[in-house]
Design a binder for this molecule. Structure first.
Ligand code: SAH
Ligand code: F3S
Length: 433
């Protein structure tokens, strides 16, 4: 049997795309290869959001060329494919395929004609969802995309170029995928979108459905125990959605609500037109709805023109909201974006100093939050075993990792008492009734 090997970089949307590519090849009789050396086809599922991510893909391609067996096909799918287009073939002439995030379902064309060079970076909209075969079994956490693309056009971000305009999938299609996932093993549903809380779909009868409707409908499925969604845009956090945190216990008390910067000037230049007051107001409403909620953020430091005073405002907002589980990045100029052309690009060394300060602070809050969990009992979802084989790894409702000594019985959803904590993870023990 022919074997494929997929390596995925980047966001949850890519993780989902990788699973769909695997299911598609399996439906053609292929099986997963244990390593690159034994694969007949190697697929790099790529991320272009920062320059470093793109560079990583090209260095991985160099390694794959040397390691793969003669005649094995190899190529790239995802955002670097869309970013590079035909240029990828100029950089790596023996590459076999370059397929964008909305055209990877064309890969079987190569199975029929392996000598062709397959290039397709079209924005096919929702076509891929309609043509891909269903997954046979769902993992315990099912990622369900509810939209493609993004219309926000933040000036630093390549995603609106690589994944195109925002399109919300039909409500019934999403619910069919969700039910199928629940019937085949999913315990947690994570709705995905670049602007997930902006989901809006009007059906033939003229009813407009939002993310809150998806959550309400999904919570009725018995097998689904946990619901979450990512990534949200601050001003799309509407009252109907905030109310779900009060009324729907299956919705986890954890929300990624990226602020990116605490400086109003920088936010304006980022084309993220919300005020800090409005953002704080949303956080306050969320906390009123669900007192145990925790918020995480993405931050960019060193955006063009960012002064020391601007950066201090980012530190201030981090202190004020006390974000957990956050991501912070140095600004990276990307092709096809407005910010790459702005004057006052910040020197690398200043970006590094600011990132270290912000990360230092975020890690401190994370440690404090983790320590505050010691002694508490939480319902956690199993992720798998650790490297030693002695322990099991679980996720708390706040997405912290908990390590528990295995008792020989695998409980997908377990009550775990937290016994110790450090910056990166927790330790715990099963609570038996
Ligand atoms: N809404 C998306 C955001 C995609 S990009 C999502 O689903 O996650 C993820 C994060 O990468 C952004 O929130 C931002 O903090 C960061 N990012 C995007 N473009 C960047 C750039 N040019 N330089 C540095 N960080 C960037
Ligand atoms: Fe990118 Fe901003 Fe959309 S970060 S994905 S353009 S909300």
């Amino acid at each position: 049997m022919k074997q494929f090997f997929i390596q995925t970089f980047g966001c949850q949307m890519n993780v989902y795309d990788g699973q769909r590519i695997a299911a598609m090849l399996e439906s053609h009789g292929w099986v997963a290869a244990p390593d690159i050396e034994s694969a007949d086809m190697i697929i790099l599922n790529t991320c272009a959001v920062r320059e470093k991510a793109t560079n990583k893909v090209y260095s991985a391609l160099g390694r794959i060329r040397r390691a793969k067996k003669p005649g094995a096909l190899f190529g790239i799918v995802g955002c670097v494919a869309r970013e590079s287009g035909a240029d990828a073939f100029r950089r790596i002439p023996d590459l076999n395929f370059v397929l964008g995030p909305q055209s990877y379902h064309k890969l079987p064309q190569l199975l029929e004609n392996p000598d062709a060079k397959l290039l397709n970076i079209d924005l096919g909209g929702l076509e891929k969802f309609d043509t891909l075969p269903r997954m046979v079994r769902s993992p315990a956490v099912a990622y369900i995309p509810i939209q493609e693309g993004c219309d926000h056009c933040c000036t630093y971000c390549i995603v609106p170029y690589t994944r195109g305009r925002e399109i919300s999938r039909p409500f019934d299609d999403i619910m069919a995928d969700t039910r199928h996932a629940a019937e085949t093993g999913a315990i947690e549903i994570c709705f995905l979108g670049q602007n997930v809380n902006g989901y809006k779909y009007t059906d033939a009868a003229g009813r407009t459905m939002r993310l809150s409707d998806l959550i309400r409908e999904t919570a009725k499925i018995d097998a689904v125990q946990r619901i979450r969604f990512t990534s949200s845009y601050p001003t799309e956090m509407t009252d109907d959605l905030i109310a779900q945190f009060k009324t729907e216990p299956k919705l986890l008390p954890f929300l990624n609500l990226p602020i990116q910067s605490g400086s109003p000037d920088v936010l304006t230049r980022m084309n993220r037109p919300y005020s800090l007051d409005l953002y704080i107001d949303i956080v306050d409403k969320l906390r009123a709805a669900r007192p145990d909620i925790q918020i995480s953020s993405d931050f960019i430091v060193g955006f063009p023109g960012e002064t020391d005073a601007d950066f201090d405002m980012t530190m201030d907002i981090a202190r004020r909201v006390r974000y957990i589980n956050s991501y912070s990045f140095k600004y990276s100029p990307r092709p096809h974006t407005a910010a790459a052309l702005m004057r006052d690009q910040i020197p690398e060394q200043i970006k590094s100093v600011r990132l270290a300060r912000l990360d230092g602070f975020l890690n401190e809050i994370q440690r404090e939050f983790n320590e505050s969990c010691v002694g508490k009992t939480m319902t956690c979802l199993m992720e798998g075993g650790d490297k030693t084989g002695q322990n099991l790894v679980y996720r708390t409702p706040y997405m912290q990792q908990v390590i528990v000594a295995s008792d020989g019985d695998a409980h997908p959803l377990a009550q775990i008492k937290i016994t110790a904590a450090n910056k990166a993870s927790l330790r715990g023990e099963f609570v038996r009734d």
